[in-house]
Ligand binder design. Structure first.
Ligand code: ADP
Ligand code: MG
Length: 575
């Protein structure tokens, strides 16, 4: 919680206003019972009407002042806590944006969503409450005690009995359930995860007729959350009646003992009434403090989760003294690269060495799980190598700023990711200032122009979430256009072509060869037909390079390559 305090800093003027205004409000509340006792003892009992009217108006004035202060205090508290939430959310978001794939895996996407929304909300609510209570609770408690003692010191002994009883009662009710809040946030996480999996996997669920199972799974998560929530609310529900009971018994005691003292002539009626109100105020303050003590663990649970995300520092960071490479040829070199995923037993890549020259197409082929995607992902530095080095333009990728490294690259992932919005904007994502001519050209090279033109609004057609309204191949072509529009030095295609039909695949490769004439092209492929014309083919098997060469030379020398070829092509085609 304390660590998050810094996010309130931009709003310190508002916070200050809240504190000053609640101070005024608390003073007004403390002053009123005193005036009332004056009206009763000096006005009503003595029959002095003008005094009653005078003090009456004065009380009205104080009440209005207190009311105005209270309204403005709430306003400023809302402004600062909402602002706090906004700052915190945006900080969290920009922090998470820097995460590498490893950190995403560690916390989980759903949990990160819940942390950025629900958890921030919890903390924000706590901040709001604390701002309002911070001054008010201690001031009314201490002020109330002083005023009560001042009104009747002997009767004040009642307070000494009542406050511990009240505190113990509240603690007894709320204490056992403190841990429930952390459990509750975990259940919210879980529910979100189940929901997310269901929403993204609808097709699979339906085709396997697993709806009933999934409904049951969701019900289970839902019921878990409900159970915990019910326990929390039961606890809160038990509190009010107990507190009211203690308050009423105290009033009874005050009236009882106060009555005796009035009989003795040591206490006046007005003072007794004022005294009752002071004790009420003190008890209210105690209750507020207890409520806080009870809200804080809840906010604390959320604050911890937020801090956990904030404290997680991406493993991949820019070097302290980085410099952009002066060479812009686009050469990519792997020097004896070994890489192991965190927690994996076997390295995904071992001792991989090769050079991809500019103006050439380097193709990578191999079975599934042979490490092709892993190899591609090392170039934009999505992961860092364990040993060896990845060198781009003569410089180790760990020595240059990530931004300048990635500016050289046009990356098309294995699974095309598009964003909700127009086709135009999705292509522009690759280069913000791209002109219409550039966009059209990129679409043409990517073999996407035709199907875009056939869509009702052409380039202004809207892609729905995740690109659900276009086919896999179309998505892939838009992702290619997005990379092409950048005119990068290095093209990285991760199995981009297998979603295309053979004809489009061939046309695209032809267009690409002209387009990317001077660039370095590294493409992963499953099909032999895709790699056949490549200047250099690298054959991967279980993370090792088992062959480097052209189609022809590999056919002679590489057994793994021969196997792949003979499984795909007929003997005549090979010849
Ligand atoms: P390919 O793209 O050739 O099909 P990958 O590069 O995706 O293969 O995977 C290579 C190996 O690394 C596989 O054994 C796979 O199980 C493993 N792997 C891939 N991604 C991860 C990951 N994020 N965490 C742990 N292991 C992974
Ligand atoms: Mg792959």
């Amino acid at each position: 919680m304390m660590k998050l305090k810094r996010f309130l800093r931009p709003y310190r003027t508002f916070v200050f206003m809240v504190l000053v205004l609640t101070f005024v409000q608390s003073l007004a509340t403390l002053y009123l019972p005193n005036l009332m006792s004056d009206i009763v003892d000096k006005g009503i009992i003595k029959g002095d009407v003008s005094y009653i009217i005078r003090i009456g108006f004065f009380m009205l004035g104080i009440t209005i002042l207190g009311g105005i202060a209270s309204v403005w205090a709430s306003y400023f508290a809302a402004k600062s806590s909402a602002g706090f939430g906004q700052v915190l959310r945006s900080r969290l978001f920009s922090h998470v944006e820097k995460f590498t794939l490893a950190e995403f895996d560690q916390l989980g996407t759903s949990s990160l969503i819940v942390r950025t929304t629900n958890d921030v909300m919890q903390v924000q609510q706590l901040v709001n409450m604390m701002l309002r209570m911070m001054v008010m609770a201690p001031l009314t408690a201490i002020g109330g005690i002083i005023m009560a003692v001042y009104t009747d010191a002997k009767l004040s002994l009642i307070i000494v009995v009542v406050i511990p009883v009240l505190s113990l009662a509240i603690y007894g009710i709320l204490g056992p359930g403190m841990g429930l809040f952390r459990t509750m946030q975990k259940k919210v996480d879980h529910l979100n995860r189940v929901l997310r999996e269901n929403l993204t996997g609808t097709r699979v669920i339906r085709s396997f007729n697993r709806e009933a199972f999934e409904i049951q799974r969701f019900d289970q998560a839902n019921r878990d959350l409900t159970d915990v929530s019910i326990r929390v609310y039961k606890m809160m529900a038990a509190m009010m009646p107990v507190v009211m009971l203690i308050m009423n018994i105290s009033t009874l005691a005050i009236v009882w003992f106060g009555g005796i003292r009035i009989n003795d002539g040591t206490l006046q009626v007005g003072n007794l009434m004022a005294f009752i109100q002071y004790v009420m105020q003190i008890m209210f303050a105690v209750m507020m403090v207890s409520m806080m003590a009870f809200m804080i663990p809840r906010g604390q649970a959320s604050a911890l989760r937020i801090n956990e995300a904030l404290a997680m520092h991406p493993e991949i960071v820019d070097p302290v003294q980085s410099q952009a490479s002066v060479d812009h040829s686009g050469q990519v070199e792997f020097r004896d690269v070994t890489f192991r995923y965190p927690g994996a037993e076997e390295p995904a890549l071992s001792h991989v060495s090769f050079i991809a020259q500019p103006g050439q197409i380097t193709a990578i082929i191999g079975g599934t799980g042979s490490g092709k995607s892993t190899l591609i992902n090392l170039i934009p530095r999505f992961h860092d190598v364990d040993s060896g080095s990845v060198v781009v333009d003569g410089m180790d990728v760990r020595e240059m700023p990530q931004e300048s490294l990635r500016a050289k690259l046009g990356y098309v992932p294995q699974r095309a990711v598009l964003f909700t919005g127009k086709i135009l904007d999705n292509i522009k994502y690759g280069k913000e200032e791209a002109t219409e001519v550039e966009i059209l050209h990129a679409a043409e090279v990517a073999q996407a122009a035709e199907f875009i033109a056939a869509m009702p609004d052409g380039f202004h057609s809207v892609i729905s979430q995740g690109g659900a309204n276009i086919s896999g191949g179309q998505k892939q072509r838009l992702a290619i256009a997005r990379a092409l529009v950048r005119k990068p030095e290095i093209y990285l295609f991760d199995d981009t072509f297998s979603a295309l039909d053979y004809k489009t695949d061939a046309q695209l490769r032809l267009a690409l060869r002209q387009e990317a004439e001077a660039a370095t092209v590294i493409l992963v492929a499953q099909r032999v037909s895709t790699v056949i014309e490549a200047d250099q083919i690298i054959v991967l098997d279980e993370g090792r390079v088992v062959g480097v060469g052209t189609h022809k030379s590999l056919l002679q020398t590489c057994a793994v390559y021969q196997e792949i070829v003979s499984s795909q092509l007929s003997p005549e085609e090979i010849a």
